[in-house]
Design a protein. Structure first.
Length: 147
């Protein structure tokens, strides 16, 4: 669940991703939520969603991030009347997505949930990668293999 929240001390509006602790526990997602938080704290790129702060209460783990009020890429592809995006916008978005992914790879982070719903746009049309629940941080020097 994602909702808009306002910081009392600044009046700044943010997006708050609320993760239900019971659901996380049932599905074994506690570790993944912690990894997502840690990756967002490290990422620090204008092409990756910014984590302003995180907190928890009895029921939820909350990740408070920059509000991206331009919608997601899926909305821009399918729901703006005429289906699709002009080629110059595609090139613009792909360049930003690529820079974001290269930044993550430079930090040994693999973003494993690339889909239009996870590319968010701000009011100016700049895009950022979001939803790092499946991302992993690789150990430097350790070989990677998958069976």
């Amino acid at each position: 669940q994602v909702c808009a929240v306002q910081a009392k001390h600044t009046g700044q509006i943010y997006a708050c991703k609320k993760l239900d602790k019971r659901r996380l526990k049932k599905k074994g997602g506690e570790r993944l939520a912690l990894i997502e938080k840690q990756i967002l704290e490290k990422a620090n790129s204008r092409f990756v969603i910014n984590l302003a702060y995180a907190y928890d209460d009895k029921m939820h783990l909350c990740l408070v991030m920059d509000l991206m009020n331009g919608g997601d890429l899926k909305f821009h592809i399918y729901d703006l009347g005429k289906r699709g995006i002009r080629m110059e916008r595609v090139v613009y978005y792909v360049a930003q997505i690529t820079i974001g992914i290269l930044h993550l790879h430079g930090m040994n982070i693999v973003y494993r949930d690339m889909k239009p719903e996870n590319v968010l746009l701000d009011a100016k049309g700049q895009c950022r990668l979001s939803d790092f629940g499946l991302a992993v941080e690789l150990t430097k020097g350790k070989k990677i293999c998958q069976k």
